[in-house]
Design a protein around this ligand. Sequence first.
Ligand code: NAD
Ligand code: LMR
Length: 340
Amino acid sequence: RSSSVKSQQVKQVLVPRRGYGSESVPERKVAILGAAGGIGQPLALLMKLNPLVSNLALYDIANTPGVAADVSHINTRSQVAGYMSEEQLGQALEGSDIVIIPAGVPRKPGMTRDDLFNINAGIVKSLSAAIAKYCPNAIVNMISNPVNSTVPIAAEIFKKAGTFNEKKLFGVTTLDVVRAKTFYSGKAEVPVEEVNVPVVGGHAGITILPLFSQATPKANLRDEDIKYLTKRTQDGGTEVVEAKAGKGSATLSMAYAGAIFADACLKGLNGVPDVVECSFVQSSVTELPFFASKVRLGKEGVEEVLGLGPLSEFEKEGLELLKPELKASIEKGIKFANES
Ligand code: NAD
Ligand code: LMR
């Protein structure tokens, strides 16, 4: 490294990468909390493959040494370290640019995401307090369910600590987009890699609202096809929970979705223009304080929360239907964070 690079405020290494104006890519530390779990392990693998990551911190309450040793042998750019037990959480978080949180219990058949609240709310609360203490400026990617409540919990904990930055807190809803793209491509018979579908609202049942009227490439699908695709997207998580028959929920497709979203955040941080993904963020798009919609990502996190665009009558109805449930889940999270 040259001394001029060392002296810059943003740490940089001279690694040529395509798609950047200069020949350098900044150093970026990514921490995964819950890194030894069903999502955590494949997500750790995918983040180790991401050339934008220079340091990968893998934290869990159990089994991280093995996961970290395993992933660390992969011959890619990032340095990997494993951290276990609460005493090591500070070290794992310090200096992080992005913290991804898949810590917590998954659903079993017959459960709703809200049934996870009692266990996961406490986990998210304590991890958020640690983030406020050790890396208050980090971008947070919340995967732990119920996302409709865990994001408001994190926001309240950050507010209490005086560190809340609404531009840096994201509920990860990318898996809904991934599913909507896959299902649309099958029905519309268009190449999946060309498909784009915004998914708005929240991340549970009817709060997941795919906007197939805005899907591209355009296809003249019948109303009943749109209804089928909407329901399949809303029930995508349950489809996996039932197929896994008690052995958890989506892990591999979620790791993929989490890696796509973290990569978008890294690109935004690094100044790549026009990085747009759907995410559950603090929002004024509707009257609800948090809402998922398209978001432009930039050097500070959220650069712009984009509006919903024109909706079909079916989508307008879906939007009104989802609001009471989403509002209740948000309020439940806020209440928990302030009472317990
Ligand atoms: P899992 O049980 O396989 O793994 C969870 C991991 O979290 C475990 O390794 C566990 O040790 C760890 N953990 C528990 N408490 C912790 C703490 N205090 N600090 C750090 N780590 C802790 O579960 P999974 O399948 O990986 O799912 C994790 C969460 O992600 C669940 O809540 C699930 O519902 C959610 N999820 C969300 C989406 C989404 O689209 N947002 C998709 C799939 C799953
Ligand atoms: C999903 O959408 O797959 C996750 O939220 C996990 C679940 O419980 O469905």
